[in-house]
Unconditional design. Structure first.
Length: 119
């Protein structure tokens, strides 16, 4: 491969990676906000909503990126997945599904910016 092409690909990768981790945090916050506002469970105390947050973002473009969205209450999974006594009130996966198209658009924007900005 020509050195100039290889250098351009390296610059494009660096430009993209500089934006992806902050973007993953934005995606995580967007999904968490959707989970807090779009749930179907009865919100009695507000604690489950208040504890629904994103964690740290990690990853690289070759291996993929990840950001966790969790509710930090001991009973959070019981609400989301249900138990033998209570039906499930899923709120995390539906929040992701409502956010997925927006997240794809944001990733596409970062990729296009990295391509366009690379001389």
């Amino acid at each position: 491969m020509d050195d100039s092409i290889s250098a351009a690909i390296d610059r494009m990768q660096a430009a993209m990676e500089a934006e992806m981790l902050p973007l993953m945090l934005d995606v995580g916050e967007h999904v968490a906000a959707e989970a807090r506002s779009g749930h179907t469970y009865t919100n009695r105390t507000g604690r489950l909503e208040a504890s629904t947050r994103h964690g740290a973002a990690s990853g690289r473009w070759r291996t993929g990126y990840r950001v966790d969205v969790v509710a930090r209450r001991p009973y959070a999974s019981f609400v989301d997945e249900g138990t033998s006594r209570n039906r499930a009130y899923p709120y995390l996966l539906p929040a992701w599904r409502r956010s997925e198209e927006w997240a794809e658009q944001q990733v596409e924007r970062v990729l296009i910016n990295a391509i366009v900005a690379t001389p």
